[in-house]
Design a protein around this ligand. Structure first.
Ligand code: F6R
Length: 609
């Protein structure tokens, strides 16, 4: 989703801004722009629809230079992707501004500003902010006062960075509901929507808090809180090596991240050699909270929601704890009844997903015992706002389609299950059995990755198809859902998942020789039932692609193609089967020639509602 980079330096910043935008490309966007204040104190702006490379071309053809500037990648919400709607937006040839988030009262503000004589040229919800800032500055306020007067008029979510030619060495920023960090340099300071954008220039960051304003010049960085008081926020140093975005020998981030899973899973579980150590990963406050948990409410979006659905099976079957799972965009607006002793668990790779964050914030103080977040991003908003934190150790995930973040979330949730089941009398031997299975997991995933060529071969059958069905039973049903989501996201093939037992209640009508049916079929107690469901498909002309345990007794035959999966402990099978489905989606997309890492219309970090 939209990305911001801004700099105030004693050196020329156009290349820093462009490099920052390149580093934010993974978030998803459809236009890009940059504004600089040049040495004559004029605003110089390039804006382009499409990739950052288009913006670079514009800069190459008409180079603009300046020591103060702002830049942006826009993911369209209000108004189509176009040069006109791209940020920065300007007002009075004086102010330029970039914005992440959504201004909900932009229509009313448009009317107000039009009446005051401002001409609004774009279809965005952002342009009004530039005019509000201009209007306050014209009335004689300082840049800081103008920003303070502007943000109080905004309803909705924003991260902002603005420049004004009358304050040529200053960038002013503000945040509410959308993330913004300040990067600390020597003789230069920066703002960005995430640290990734600035790692080439600094490793020291200040994570701005809700409703903070920040003013940067080359030699100063001052944060103000919502009351307008000066505040000191801690400067944090990012450790080397945590955020490498190098493709190495891989063609795409997605396949690189799929292959990083054995290491990511191992890192996430590392050191948790017994149930006590498992629990320590949830923090010092966890034991007291876990002692009181009677029920778990999981809230998440997309792939993270699927992780929650898998966890429900583990929590209820292994820990005997009642669990409900809901997508955040529904949960946040619903009148709810919660039982006493419910732990709220939010799952979010980015830790910034707007709906999940709102769900956490909307939860009444007396509704839950406390909150736990499973996230891959330290210092993200959800991490800062939850009582307990479990950080997965997947390393940065650049591909928009989540892979290693999902499987590491599953490890975290299995660890939560262990922590809760200890208190509910799960035998020592069963606890150790699960820990041993987790220790064995990286090896099982590695064996699955060795099936890459075989999956690639299977994938050829999907290229000409427009639809696909994914089937699973029990805990593999959410894995089928995740397989279908991955396929539709990156190959644009319409894919739906069903619990196999539901087939004859409707979806069987869709089955013909043009509808590939993917079945997730480990050797579990539902296998025989699944086999009957698959026969129903085959006898209606459907072509089956069965991801089956080697020992499940499936054989290649007419209209049935088998991918023999490594035999592994039942508790880790959802994770292992996921990996094979990720490979399937990747190879289908690759052959269809889609943009695997940046699928159309999607964004990595969904910071707007
Ligand atoms: C799909 C995908 C999305 C995210 C969803 C939630 O591959 O990545 O469905 O899972 O947008 O994102 P997070 O986990 O960052 O809250």
């Amino acid at each position: 989703m939209c990305g911001i980079v801004a700099a105030a330096a004693r050196r020329e910043v156009s290349e820093i801004l462009l490099e920052g935008l390149r580093r934010l490309e993974y978030r998803g966007y459809d236009s890009a722009g940059m504004a600089l204040i040049d040495e004559k104190h004029n605003l110089k702006i390039h804006k382009r629809k499409g990739k950052v490379s288009e913006l670079e071309n514009a800069q190459r053809q008409h180079p603009y230079h300046g020591n103060t500037g702002i830049a942006h990648t826009r993911w369209a919400t209000h108004g189509e992707p176009s040069g006109l709607n791209a940020h920065p937006h300007i007002s009075g040839q004086r102010v330029a501004l970039v914005h992440n988030g959504i201004i909900e009262n932009h229509a009313a503000l448009r009317v107000e500003l039009s009446e005051a004589g401002y001409e609004i040229t774009s279809a965005t919800d952002t342009e009004v902010i530039a005019h509000l800032l201009h209007s306050s500055l014209s009335a004689g306020g300082s840049l800081l006062q103008a920003m303070q007067q502007t943000v109080v008029k905004l309803e909705g979510a924003y991260a902002l960075a603005a420049i004004d030619i009358a304050n040529p060495d200053t960038v002013i920023g503000a945040r509410k509901g959308s993330p913004l960090v300040a990067g600390v340099g020597i003789g230069e300071n920066f703002l960005a929507s995430d640290t990734m954008a600035l790692r080439q220039v600094t490793d020291r960051f200040i994570y701005l808090e809700e409703e903070d304003l920040v003013c940067i010049t080359p030699d100063s960085l001052q944060v103000y809180n919502a009351d307008g008081s000066k505040v000191q926020r801690p400067v944090e140093r990012i450790k080397e090596g945590l955020e490498t975005a190098d493709l190495g020998s891989f063609d795409h981030y997605m396949i690189k991240e799929i292959f990083e899973q054995p290491a990511a899973l191992e890192a996430t579980f590392a050191g948790a050699t017994n149930a006590q150590k498992v629990e320590e990963r949830f923090g010092l406050a966890a034991p007291a909270l876990f002692d009181r948990v009677k029920k778990v409410q999981i809230v998440a979006c997309g792939t993270s929601f699927h992780a929650g659905l898998v966890a429900r099976y583990w929590l209820e079957e292994i820990a005997g704890v009642s669990c409900e799972v809901e997508v955040a965009s529904e949960f946040r607006y619903r009148k709810r009844v919660q039982y006493e002793g419910t732990l709220l668990v939010v799952i979010s790779q980015s830790g910034e997903t707007a709906d999940t964050l709102a769900a956490l914030r909307n939860a009444n103080a007396d509704e839950f015992l406390g909150s736990l977040v499973v996230s891959n991003v330290d210092n993200s908003s959800l991490v800062r706002e939850c009582d307990l934190v479990f950080l997965t150790r997947a390393g940065i995930e650049i591909g928009v389609a989540s892979t290693k973040a999902f499987t590491t979330q599953l490890v975290a949730l299995l660890m939560l299950t262990l922590a809760l089941s200890r208190r509910r009398g799960l035998s020592e031997s069963r606890q150790q059995d699960i820990i041993t299975a987790l220790q064995y997991l990286p090896r099982c995933v590695q064996q699955t990755l060795e099936l890459n060529d075989a999956v690639q071969h299977l994938s050829e059958a999907f290229i000409s198809k427009r639809h696909a069905l994914f089937l699973g039973r029990g805990i593999q049903y959410p894995i089928a859902m995740e397989g279908a989501l991955k396929l539709k996201e990156i190959s644009y093939i319409h894919a739906e998942a069903y619990p196999a037992g539901e087939l004859k209640h409707g979806p069987l009508a869709l089955v013909d020789d043009d509808m590939p049916v993917v079945a997730v079929a480990p050797n579990d107690e539902l296998l025989e039932k699944l086999k009957s469901n698959l026969e129903e498909v085959r006898s209606r002309g459907g072509e089956l692609f069965v991801f089956a345990d080697k020992e499940a007794g499936f054989a290649n035959e007419s209209r049935v193609r088998i991918l023999p999966m490594p035999h592994c402990h039942e508790v880790i099978r959802p994770i292992v089967y996921t990996v094979a489905l990720q490979l399937l989606s990747y190879h289908v997309a690759l052959q269809k020639g889609t943009d695997v890492d940046k699928p159309r219309n999607l964004a990595k970090s969904v910071t707007v509602e």
